[in-house]
Design a protein around this ligand. Structure first.
Ligand SMILES: NC(=O)c1ccc[n+]([C@@H]2O[C@H](COP(=O)([O-])OP(=O)(O)OC[C@H]3O[C@@H](n4cnc5c(N)ncnc54)[C@H](OP(=O)(O)O)[C@@H]3O)[C@@H](O)[C@H]2O)c1
Length: 281
C-alpha cells in the first residue's frame, strides 16, 4: 500500500488488517514512488500479492503552478509503480479521480466516457492512468470523487474549522458531485482488488449533491449555528477549474453483482460520528 499516511491510504491499511490481510503500508519517507528502484526494492523485500497505489500529489490548486511536480508523482511515479508490479507479476491497483472529466456531463459518467481534464491536477492524474494501463496488464484503475476521511485535509474538516472561526461561510452551489467517505471506499476497493477482473472502475458513495449542500449537511450534523450562503463558481474563482458535474456511474462495480456504496449522507454521518475526525494529524 503506497500513500499509507493519506486519507484513503490510512483506511486501506486499517480495513485490510481488519479483514485479515497482512498489510504493508508505506509512507513517502519509506518509499517515494518517484524512485522506481525504491519501489522495486520494497516489492522484492515484501513480496506482496498486489500493490495499491493511493499515493498522489493532491493539491489541486497548487498543481496549476507546480504541474511538473504533480506530474512526477501522479504520472511518472504511477508508471514506475505499475512497471514494478508488472516485473513482479502482481496486480497494480491505482487510484484516480473524477477530475479527469471536464464536467459537461449531465448524468452519471460511465467508466468508458472520454476523459478531458480541465486542470493541471486532472491532466497529471489522466497521464497516470495511461501509464498504468501501458505498463501493467494486470491493473485496476479506481476513480473516485470528493474524498474525505481521517484527519484530512478535506472539505468537511475545512467547513468545521470555518464554522468555528466565523458566523457565515459562502460555498459554491453549482458544482455537482458525489462526496465519498474513505471508510466506505476502502472495503469496496479491497473487495474489487480481490474479486474483480482488470479494468477501469468508478467507486463513489451513491447520490449527488453540491459543495453547498455538503456544507449545510456538515453544519447540520454538528448543530453548528453558522449561516451557509450559496454562491456560484464565478463568485469563487480558484486557480484550478473544477468540473461542474462529475458524478461517477459505478456501473462496472454493479456489473460484478456488487451492491452500490451507501448514500453520501450515510458516509458523512459515519465520518462525523467517529471520535477522531477533525483532529489534526
Ligand atoms: N482528495 C480527494 O478529494 C480525491 C478525490 C478523488 C480522487 N482522489 C485520489 O485518491 C487518492 C488518495 O487521495 P487522498 O485524499 O487520500 O490523498 P492524501 O490524503 O493527499 O494522501 C496522499 C498521500 O500520498 C503520499 N505521497 C505524495 N507524494 C508521494 C511520493 N512521491 N511517494 C510516495 N507517497 C507520496 C503522501 O505521503 P506523505 O503524507 O508521506 O507525504 C500522502 O500521504 C489519490 O490518488 C487522489 O488523487 C482524491
Amino acid at each position: 500500500m503506497l500513500g499509507a499516511r493519506g486519507q484513503l491510504g490510512g483506511d486501506l491499511v486499517e480495513t485490510g488488517t481488519e479483514h485479515g490481510h497482512e498489510m504493508v503500508g508505506l509512507t513517502q519517507a519509506e518509499c517515494d514512488i518517484r524512485d522506481g528502484a525504491a519501489v522495486k526494492r520494497w516489492i522484492d523485500a515484501t513480496r506482496p500479492d498486489a500493490v495499491v497505489n493511493a499515493a498522489a500529489w493532491t493539491r489541486v490548486d497548487a498543481a496549476e503552478e507546480h504541474e511538473a511536480e504533480a506530474e512526477a508523482v501522479n504520472a511518472t511515479g504511477a508508471g514506475l509503480v505499475a512497471a514494478a508490479c508488472a516485473a513482479a507479476g502482481i496486480r497494480c491497483c491505482h487510484v484516480s479521480t473524477d477530475y479527469v472529466f471536464d464536467g459537461t456531463a449531465t448524468s452519471p459518467i460511465p467508466e468508458d466516457a472520454a476523459p478531458a481534464p480541465r486542470s493541471a491536477y486532472g491532466r497529471t492524474k489522466l497521464h497516470g492512468e495511461v501509464a498504468v494501463r501501458e505498463r501493467c496488464r494486470d491493473h485496476q484503475i479506481v476513480r473516485t470523487s470528493w474524498l474525505y476521511g481521517r484527519q484530512g485535509p478535506n472539505f468537511v474538516l475545512t467547513m468545521l474549522r470555518l464554522a468555528a472561526e466565523r458566523p457565515q461561510v459562502r460555498v459554491v452551489a453549482d458544482q455537482h458531485g458525489a462526496p465519498t467517505w474513505t471508510g466506505h471506499l476502502a472495503p469496496a476497493l479491497l473487495r474489487l482488488l480481490e474479486a474483480g477482473p482488470p479494468g477501469t472502475y468508478h467507486l463513489s458513495n451513491a447520490g449527488v449533491t453540491t459543495w453547498y449542500d455538503l456544507a449545510v449537511a456538515t453544519m447540520g450534523a454538528r448543530r453548528l449555528q453558522v449561516e451557509v450562503v450559496p454562491i456560484t463558481t464565478a463568485e469563487y474563482p480558484t486557480p484550478a477549474v473544477r468540473p461542474a458535474y462529475s458524478v461517477l456511474d459505478n456501473r462496472a462495480w454493479r456489473d460484478l453483482g456488487e451492491r452500490p456504496l451507501p448514500a453520501w449522507e450515510d458516509g458523512l454521518r459515519a465520518y462525523l460520528a467517529r471520535p477522531d475526525d477533525g483532529r489534526p494529524a
